[in-house]
Design a protein around this ligand. Sequence first.
Ligand SMILES: [Fe+2]
Length: 308
Amino acid sequence: MRILLAALLACAYARTAKAGEAFTFAVLSDTHIGHGGDDAARRLKLAIDKVRSTDAEFVFITGDLTHSARPEQYAQVKALFDTFTIPYFPVLGNHDIWPYHENVEDKLPDGDLLFETTFGPVFRERASRFPGFLKQAGPVWDPERKVESYYQNYAFVHKGCGFVALDWISRRHAILGYPGAHAQADLHDFPDGTYRWAEELKSSGALAGAQRVFVFQHHPLRIRWGIPDFLFGFSHGEKGKLRKLFTGDWGVFAGHHHRAWKGDAFDEQPEVPVIGGLRQVETGASMSGSMVTLVRVAEDGKVTLRQF
Ligand SMILES: [Fe+2]
């Protein structure tokens, strides 16, 4: 796979690298379609209108697209996303993996297959629009959970910047008394799991020429103070591995917390300006505030953020 990644993305970089060309993209998160009657859909429509009022070239949605991974929720959220007038890139969240309805839930965390079939045509269109767009094909045998998984990992290069979406969603069940999947993150560190896929993407050197690399995932690397990492995000040991993986310049966009936040992804201090480290930007939940993060990459590579 390493040679394939290098060939595809190096080729994409050669054709699309236009360092110095300014552009804008947008980020939404946690749309939770299916929660609260029509409220989540109404607020997503407002967020889509906000994006339409900007000069964003495309938009990422960093997970929890649905509230409980039901087929009708996937269908509804896709229909709403299809009203974007620019390309959209969906990312898997922990609410998107284990279908349930009231007290009845599927036996397996197979929401990733629903995600795959729902957004398959979307990703095929993106592959034709963004040269070198690369998406991992499934299924992958998960030797830890003894299930087949469809990891939603993909990458492309646009105007000299790398864009990478990573699926760290746990396929474990939620803690006793809660339906659906666990809120923790998993590295999936086994052959063709997400960690190995990202390692190979990096070691291929395919993104080495990118002036900035933007990563999109549901789980933040840094969790809100007072919440145990291992219950809601990455364990201490997992973060150590991720420090080795995320060494490029710029940072990670995430949701999960349902808050707007920006700072250093690994520094354990309160919110501080980032000086040279990996950044973390969280976008508040669309389901409650229709928040949009707008990211502007200037000609000199400077990145500015606006959340509204
Ligand atoms: Fe959420």
